[in-house]
Design a protein around this ligand. Structure first.
Ligand SMILES: *[C@@H]1O[C@H](CO)[C@@H](O)[C@H](O)[C@H]1NC(C)=O
Ligand SMILES: *[C@@H]1O[C@H](CO)[C@@H](O)[C@H](O)[C@H]1NC(C)=O
Ligand SMILES: *[C@@H]1O[C@H](CO)[C@@H](O)[C@H](O)[C@H]1NC(C)=O
Ligand SMILES: *[C@@H]1O[C@H](CO)[C@@H](O)[C@H](O)[C@H]1NC(C)=O
Ligand SMILES: *[C@@H]1O[C@H](CO)[C@@H](O)[C@H](O)[C@H]1NC(C)=O
Ligand SMILES: *[C@@H]1O[C@H](CO)[C@@H](O)[C@H](O)[C@H]1NC(C)=O
Ligand SMILES: *[C@@H]1O[C@H](CO)[C@@H](O)[C@H](O)[C@H]1NC(C)=O
Ligand SMILES: *[C@@H]1O[C@H](CO)[C@@H](O)[C@H](O)[C@H]1NC(C)=O
Ligand SMILES: *[C@@H]1O[C@H](CO)[C@@H](O)[C@H](O)[C@H]1NC(C)=O
Ligand SMILES: *[C@@H]1O[C@H](CO)[C@@H](O)[C@H](O)[C@H]1NC(C)=O
Ligand SMILES: *[C@@H]1O[C@H](CO)[C@@H](O)[C@H](O)[C@H]1NC(C)=O
Ligand SMILES: *[C@@H]1O[C@H](CO)[C@@H](O)[C@H](O)[C@H]1NC(C)=O
Length: 810
């Protein structure tokens, strides 16, 4: 049954061109506005890439923040480079940006402005254009740049306005952070090949990484003559901008220095043609492997390979995008653009670095850009679980293999190195989610579920000597059932002791994930009970005495002796009247990470009935949510806010969730360059918007999804592990609801759900099995607000979504 992939590629391409090109609906510039001066700054990456690509090729501009290299607007271009992140935070100068090329004309070999500052050039208005698989821009001096790519390789083409000698700079030292710590360039004049390797700093973490590149300038099947070549370098580290060019130079090598020196160095080539085509490959293993990647993925006769490479990349994207099919003629065009643009970005990362692991040999896949699991566990992985289980199984295997070789589930691996832990070890809900959804298919999908479980248990039990970059402070968690503030860990383990309250909430969810995996994988009842009990530890930081806006009871830090340490519940909210430090650092004296107690007090997705009760029952819970939105505590730009508009479900008020999701979407997302309310965060925002638009929200590490009011009248969901297509039909779909406040009397309230003709007891949740089960799911809407407010989640004991404390997730 499995392993039979549906169509051969040719049939697939015919199908695509005959039916629709969903790639044409993807807007790659959403989320590319500048994040400077409080701009929305999605840090989205708009260059060429295949799904889950290692190579992400695009231009870099001279302004910060520019985490993905590109920023819309009119900053100067410093080059086109091979590697980028997607939507991350981290160093504001950017991550990656390796081995940029830069085209020059109207200069002589000895005097070309090869340096970063002297070469940079503006681009012409309206010249940026991109579709999945392809990016182009044109400079104000009329030089055009184009690129297309494969997983680890690709092509770049420069078209010059005049047939004078034209030049291409090959830059060894300038990654986006300008963090070169050593490396080398070798030019092979006879073959037109350039080999590069260098060590640079990671963007969000304490380490450096080494990467290799290979450029080919002499296609065997095309006349493109290198009429001159050479190297260039700064005359000294004290005068890095004084650069000399060495004609006929063939190599430069810089020994490793632990501090970036700021020098510039690279190669320079002159051509007498008006077009220069370049083949590139990248690798984390060696420059020889970078060349081999280019040879294998782009081919030997690469002078004419452009269309083949671009078409193949586009076909991969059509395959991914078609997994959620809507009628693009009939549905609202903004919704369609948002849906496919989001699905695109949510599939750019994690990056497939299989065969590129520099640290250990393994037969398992290797994935990077897990940047960070704190961002992606909520929506990216659950979306992959619906549409892309085969790819997801490989990604999950990479998480497990990280544990196999380091003892812990990786948290924020990026640039191949462990990055900083933000809260819990949030690979745990990812692995738990896989166990509950695909545990029974583990063997077919190649995921050893005993290893998966052991990875969870070890990460739940052991404390690394240094939990800055991996693992959790389990010493504290196991003694106290919360993370105490101002406590010296007798084990000697170190990490940042801040964010005690939000770490408690996240550790609780992590333990729930172990409980879920234990249950799904048939582990002992003792384990199920143990981790289930531990997951309820979040109640230990509930301080009933803290009051804000007339509401009592908030999550707070707590000392080891049990006394609470007060922080104002609105601290670190968007309307915090007092500036606070809300990041990871030792200056965070609030106890919450990038969010407030007002927001985090709602965080126990596995036992929301407990939260409802702690807050005083469903009615108070609803007015508290209302107050949270009305007072501006909702922080759309960060992950802890994701589930909030959906939480009315847990008080039996899915009607209010429907209205709030509309509000959140239309207030915070749009098809413009500022169309993401914060960093895209490795596709986390994109996957969130996808779920909102489909009327679904995933409960972590569980087979439940909250169901709501979709933004389309129907969609088909294809699952490539079960080989199913499930059709969702929205009866009484009303396009007038596609606005920030749907008009009174518009049809937005879910009144019934049938699954293959069977009426569902709940109108608040739906099971994963049904969503990917094939067949037909009908969501019926009505326009009667009064009826909607009183009908709750439906009938029967299981109408409300599950909560552990009230016997759910059995
Ligand atoms: C940037 O500014 C230059 C100079 O004013 C102008 O020629 C160019 O069209 C502008 N480019 C963009 C992308 O706005
Ligand atoms: C090259 O220089 C000539 C003469 O100054 C000028 O007309 C032309 O626009 C320049 N071309 C580019 C691409 O800069
Ligand atoms: C930086 O790279 C060098 C050379 O590869 C290596 O010896 C060193 O351990 C690295 N340092 C860090 C902090 O990653
Ligand atoms: C650049 O370095 C060269 C060689 O050391 C020196 O002759 C020249 O004066 C320097 N130029 C500038 C502008 O500093
Ligand atoms: C570079 O090599 C070419 C070809 O061998 C030669 O004609 C030229 O003089 C050399 N240039 C320099 C600056 O050495
Ligand atoms: C380009 O250079 C090559 C090698 O020097 C030469 O054979 C060819 O004729 C030149 N082509 C043009 C268009 O100048
Ligand atoms: C690439 O796709 C285009 C448009 O569908 C088609 O016309 C062309 O023949 C394809 N080329 C190759 C080499 O596949
Ligand atoms: C969804 O699938 C149904 C049943 O195969 C089909 O009739 C319908 O056209 C599909 N809709 C879309 C948007 O692809
Ligand atoms: C990842 O790379 C491996 C090795 O080339 C390949 O087999 C696999 O299909 C790739 N998966 C994705 C999602 O790109
Ligand atoms: C933290 O603990 C130390 C010693 O245990 C104590 O001296 C200090 O006052 C405490 N700080 C706070 C903020 O409670
Ligand atoms: C709440 O306040 C009351 C009255 O001051 C006090 O008795 C009680 O211990 C407090 N509870 C907590 C958990 O601090
Ligand atoms: C608990 O410890 C905190 C911080 O050291 C202190 O302020 C508080 O008075 C202690 N509470 C009790 C009941 O001893």
């Amino acid at each position: 049954m499995l392993g039979l992939r549906i169509w051969p590629l040719l049939c697939f391409l015919e199908y695509v061109s005959a039916q629709r090109a969903l790639t044409s609906l993807v807007n790659l510039f959403i989320g590319t506005a500048s994040g400077a001066d409080g701009g929305s700054g999605g840090n989205a990456f708009p260059g060429a890439a295949v799904p889950h690509a290692m190579a992400k090729v695009g231009i870099d501009v001279d302004m910060t923040p520019r985490q993905a290299g590109f920023v819309s607007g009119n900053a100067s271009v410093t080059g086109i480079s091979l590697m980028h992140d997607e939507g991350t935070g981290g160093n504001t100068a950017g991550g990656y940006g390796n081995f940029p090329l830069f085209p020059l004309t109207n200069c002589s070999f000895a005097s070309c402005p090869v340096g970063l500052k002297t070469r940079e050039t503006l681009r012409a208005a309206g010249a940026d254009a991109a579709t999945p698989a392809y990016f182009t821009t044109t400079f104000t001096n009329s030089i055009k740049i184009e690129t297309t790519s494969t997983r680890r390789a690709g092509l770049i083409r420069f078209t010059f306005p005049e047939e004078t000698p034209n030049f291409v700079v090959v830059d060894l030292t300038n990654d986006l952070q300008r963090s070169f710590e050593g490396g080398s360039i070798v030019i092979e004049p006879a073959t037109g090949r350039v080999l590069l390797g260098g060590t640079y700093l990671q963007s969000y973490g304490p380490s450096n990484y080494t990467i290799y590149g290979c450029y080919d300038f002499a296609p065997p099947d095309l006349s493109q003559n290198i009429v001159q070549f050479g190297t260039y370098q700064s005359v000294s580290t004290s005068a890095p901008t004084n650069i000399t060019i060495a004609p006929n130079g063939t190599s430069l090598a810089f020994p490793y220095t632990s501090l970036p020196s700021g020098i510039e160095a690279g190669g320079l080539f002159a051509f007498n043609s008006s077009t220069v085509l370049v083949r590139f490959g990248v690798s984390f293993i060696s420059s020889a492997q970078a060349c081999q990647n280019a040879e294998e993925e782009v081919g030997e006769e690469w002078g004419g390979a452009w269309d083949t490479v671009q078409n193949a990349s586009k076909a991969k994207w059509e395959d991914v995008l078609n997994r959620i099919a809507v009628d693009i003629e009939k549905e609202n065009s903004d919704v369609v653009e948002l849906l496919y643009s989001s699905l695109y970005r949510a599939s750019l990362v994690p990056a497939n670095l299989t065969d590129e692991n520099p640290y250990w040999n393994s037969s398992y896949p290797f994935y990077d850009a897990l940047f960070c699991s704190w961002d992606t566990f909520r929506t990216v992985h659950p979306l992959l679980s619906l549409t892309s289980p085969r790819e997801w199984a490989d990604i999950v295997n990479a998480y497990i293999d990280g544990w196999r070789h380091t003892g812990y589930i990786p948290e924020c691996r990026a640039n191949t190195k462990a990055g900083y832990v933000q809260g819990g070890s949030d690979g745990m809900p990812i692995l738990g989610d896989f166990a509950v959804k695909y545990g029974s298919l583990g063997q077919e999908l190649g995921v050893p579920t005993d290893d998966l479980y052991q990875a969870l248990v070890d990460t739940a039990e052991n404390t690394p000597s240094d939990w800055y970059t991996v693992g959790r402070q389990n010493t504290a968690w196991k003694i106290f059932d919360y993370i105490p503030t101002n406590w010296t860990d007798p084990s000697g383990a170190t990490g940042l002791p801040t964010r005690e309250a939000s770490r408690t909430l996240e550790y609780a969810l992590g333990d729930f994930a172990v409980r879920q995996a234990a249950l799904a994988l048939g582990k002992s009842q003792d384990d199920v009970d143990k981790y289930g009990n531990r997951s309820m530890g979040f109640v230990n930081i509930w301080d009933p005495n803290v009051t804000s806006d007339g509401f009592s009871g908030f999550a707070q830090r707590r000392y080891a002796n049990g006394t609470f340490a007060y922080s104002p519940p609105d601290a670190c909210s968007p309307v915090d009247p007092t500036p606070h430090s809300c990041a990871r650092g030792t200056d965070n004296n609030v106890g919450f990470y990038e969010s407030s107690s007002w927001e985090y007090s709602f965080f126990a997705p596995h036992s929301m009935s407990t939260v409802v009760n702690l807050m005083g029952g469903p009615d108070t819970f609803v007015s508290r949510l209302d107050n949270y939105f009305a007072k501006g505590y909702f922080y759309a730009g960060n992950e802890p806010s994701f589930e909030l508009p959906w939480l009315y479900h847990y008080a039996g008020r899915p009607d209010l969730s429907a209205l709030h999701v509309r509000d959140v979407v239309y207030t915070n997302f749009n098809t413009g360059i500022g169309g993401i309310p914060g960093n895209d965060d490795s596709g986390a925002m994109a996957a969130l918007l996808t779920f909102h638009l489909l009327g679904l929200y995933p409960v972590p590490a569980s087979r439940q999804l909250l169901i709501g009011s979709p933004f389309v009248s129907s969609f088909n969901l294809t699952n490539n592990a079960f080989d199913t297509v499930t059709t969702f039909i929205v009866e009484n779909f009303d396009a007038t609801t596609l606005t920030v406040s749907p008009p009174n009397g518009s049809s937005i309230y879910v009144s019934g759900i049938t699954i293959n003709g069977q009426s569902s007891d709940s109108i608040c949740w739906i099971s994963f099995e049904d969503i990917v089960g094939g067949g037909e799911i009908v969501i019926t809407l009505d326009n009667d607000a009064t009826a909607a407010a009183s009908r709750g989640c439906g009938t029967g004991a299981n109408a409300l979504p599950d909560s552990l404390e009230s016997g759910g997730f059995a």
